[in-house]
Design a protein around this ligand. Structure first.
Ligand code: NAI
Length: 679
């Protein structure tokens, strides 16, 4: 017997087992949108009235089970009351699943995140695909909230407070095997055995995972205040309460109510609805939707490259090649030296060990990464990525050698960080296929890739480059071929202002602290030392040809003295074991009141200039690029969002004031007038 809803397909088989297939209409991914939940509630009412022998939840989507709640709906939640109603309804539906008078099973493959995992947790049994694509987790914290459909209570009940809090506080997703270890699922098996396994647990009830005694102890009311202190300390080292209230709210919730599940559940709903309407959550939800917008730049479905050839096995090329092979591509990596290629493989091995863990997966990934000193991979390549020295003439020479050897439809990408494509294009007979793929360092950590389109780059090439970028799980951002593209152009004035402040005698630690207090992941002085002062100088000098950036003399002096930062052990800071030694501030030291503004407003002013110059297509994309390319405080929603929140006119006045005090580098960009009109 079968019943069809718009999103659910319900089949009851001849063993009287009801299979609830979720296949959200008009979407490639299952999410728990309002109408998906409506239909589910309706069906649960039917099942409750006439229970079958068992109920099994599964997904008909290729990419996974359920990716979570529908984040788009979050932005419509304007008041706490509206948010609370939505959350309570979610809890009610999950409780209905939990209370069905028959066994319930969730069959999990691919994404099983947030609300999707909360639904699975409400089932009696969970079976997950042991494939590497399975991702299980409760990432709500990344959106400025915590689980709200009873997930906090059920996750702690199932995995114990230590594992559960770790999962929820980090928002990380885990493999089926790791979830099995924590007791969050009952079986991790190949997907082809799902149906048999589901029938088997229905027939013969499986015991639940036993939580270790010491983990249970952490839940005791006398132990909780101590554990809370430890958790708060861990959270505080990563996120300030004023910036990210959600993890603190989650810890408080558990500490107060872990003894009473009913109350815990009620308070969970209240806490989430309060968090949902905070500026932090709203900005983080916007950042999430910006990510989706960037992924949507990859529009073409009929482009399926298989082979990537990378030239230059240095810091960037080596890591780009390793990353692409990790994502399933066959990659040939070419360099002039065997020793460099050996280093690429060594680094790739460390990356794969960390990411893939299982020996079989590591070997498979290494097999896909082929050292190729003679460039034999060129003739099969669908895309060539060049990452050799930052020298236009050397790159042009390489392109001349490469072009006759590749297929006519092969894309030629350059990872240049500063050379306009127009300077490289003349070396090619067909420069419509030349595009910039500007990765950021370290490749495995930085999600952004700027897709640089020059005057001759064809639209098709840009689309294909965006498609490849998305396929390797990076975020494509189309930018014009202008000096510094987007990210370096916006970042450099901020770094240079930090150097000016250092020259003025402001303690380095105070400069960095002003930025981290604002919400930057790392202070600008430490960042400059980490990137390398020689690289900073080179980019700043390049940019100073077209913009009023001002390159401080002390930077030149340090580079001349070979004090290049982390890589030489001495830059602004002295580095010990790769970590900067930051001299403590004097007890009575108070930083200048305009310290943070001087740093941040130079960055924001340049962001406005990029908007005026049309470096990217929209305000949203400026915010997205700066967040994903520099780590700019995500809870502030990006530089333009920050400017809007703080007040455009007020910021223009502030810049004018800084201009009169410190010089023209603070002159408000002409682009501000566009924003004033929009206000
Ligand atoms: P690198 O100096 O570490 O590596 C360059 C590699 O290219 C060397 O291994 C060299 O042997 C090889 N090479 C040079 N000419 C070659 C040729 N004709 N054939 C084959 N191999 C050749 O340089 P890095 O830092 O990896 O930079 C590479 C490119 O990436 C540059 O264009 C740079 O501007 C850009 N970039 C660098 C970033 C960074 O943080 N280092 C960030 C983003 C872009």
């Amino acid at each position: 017997m079968s019943t069809s809803y718009k999103h659910w397909n319900i089949i009851t088989d001849d063993e009287n087992i009801t299979w609830l297939h979720l296949d959200k209409a008009d979407s490639t991914t299952n999410v728990l949108s309002h109408d998906v939940m409506d239909e589910l509630e309706q069906e649960l009412n039917n099942l409750n009235k006439k229970p079958p022998r068992a109920v099994v939840f599964l997904s008909d989507k290729k990419n996974g089970f359920i990716a979570g709640a529908d984040v788009k709906e979050f932005s419509q939640l304007k008041t706490e009351h509206v948010a609370l109603t939505l959350i309570q309804r979610g809890q009610r539906i999950m409780n209905m699943i939990e209370r069905l008078p028959c066994p319930t099973v969730a069959l999990i493959h691919g994404f099983c995140l947030g609300g999707g995992f909360e639904l699975a947790l409400a089932c009696r049994y969970r079976i997950a695909d042991n494939d590497s694509k399975t991702k299980i987790g409760l990432p709500e914290i990344k959106l400025g909230i915590h689980p709200g459909f009873g997930g906090t209570v059920r996750c702690i009940r199932t995995a114990g407070p230590i594992n559960a809090m770790n999962l929820m506080l980090t928002g990380r997703s885990i493999s089926a095997r790791a979830a099995k270890k924590m007791g969050l699922i009952h079986y991790a098996i190949p997907r082809r055995h799902f149906i048999t396994a589901a029938k088997s647990v229905i027939k013969k009830a499986s015991p639940n995972h036993k939580i270790a005694w010491w983990a249970k102890l952490a839940n005791h009311k006398l132990a909780r205040p101590w554990v809370k202190k430890i958790l708060i300390r861990q959270v505080a080292s990563k996120a300030k309460r004023a910036h990210y209230p959600a993890p603190y709210a989650l810890i408080d919730l558990w500490e107060r109510h872990a003894d009473d599940e009913q109350r815990f559940m009620e308070e969970e709903a209240i806490s989430v609805s309060q968090l949902m309407v905070t500026k932090t959550a709203q900005n983080l939800v916007r950042v999430f939707s910006l990510q989706e917008q960037m992924k949507a730049y990859s529009k073409i479905d009929n482009y399926h490259p298989k082979h990537i050839h990378v030239i230059g096995g240095g810091v960037m090329g080596g890591d780009i090649a390793a990353w692409c092979a990790l994502q399933g591509y066959t990659v040939t990596i070419q360099d002039r030296e065997h020793a460099t290629l050996a280093r690429v493989l060594k680094r790739a091995y460390s990356l794969y060990k960390k990411k893939l863990k299982k020996r079989l997966f590591i070997t498979e990934a290494l097999d896909r990464l082929v050292p190729d000193i003679n460039g034999t991979g060129l003739k099969q390549a669908d895309i060539v990525i060049e990452a050799i020295f930052e020298d236009a003439e050397v790159k042009r020479q390489l392109f001349k050698e490469v072009e006759p050897k590749i297929k006519p439809e092969c894309i030629i990408a350059t990872n240049t960080s500063s050379i306009p494509l127009e300077e490289l294009a003349p070396a090619l007979k067909d420069s419509t296929r030349l595009v910039g793929l500007h990765f950021f360092n370290p490749v495995a950590k930085m999600p952004l890739v700027e897709i640089v389109h020059g005057k001759t780059t064809s639209d098709e090439t840009v689309q294909q480059a965006a498609s490849i970028t998305k396929s390797i799980r990076r975020l494509p951002l189309p930018v014009t071929s202008s000096p510094g593209f987007l990210v370096n152009r916006i970042l450099m004035p901020y770094l240079m202002e930090a150097v000016v402040l250092a020259e003025e005698g402001i303690p380095l630690k105070a400069i960095d602290q002003a930025a981290t207090d604002f919400g930057m992941p790392m202070g600008p002085i430490e960042l400059a030392d980490t990137v390398g002062l020689d690289i900073c100088l080179k980019v700043a000098e390049n940019l100073s040809q077209t913009m009023d950036i001002g390159v401080p003399e002390c930077l030149r002096n340090m580079v001349n003295a070979k004090q290049l930062g982390k890589k030489t052990g001495q830059g602004f800071y002295n580095f010990k074991k790769g970590k900067p030694v930051k001299p403590a501030l004097a007890k009575d030291y108070t930083p200048p009141t305009d310290l943070a503004d001087r740093l941040i407003l130079r960055l924001v002013n340049e962001a406005v200039a990029c908007l005026r110059d049309g470096v990217v297509e929209s305000t949203d994309m400026i915010d997205a690029g700066v967040i994903f390319g520099t780590g700019f405080a995500p809870f502030r929603g990006g530089p333009i969002c920050y400017a809007n929140n703080r007040g455009i006119e007020q910021l223009v006045k502030l810049l004018e004031n800084l201009d009169s005090l410190y010089g023209h580098r603070f002159k408000p960009d002409a682009g501000w007038s566009q924003l004033i009109k929009k206000e």
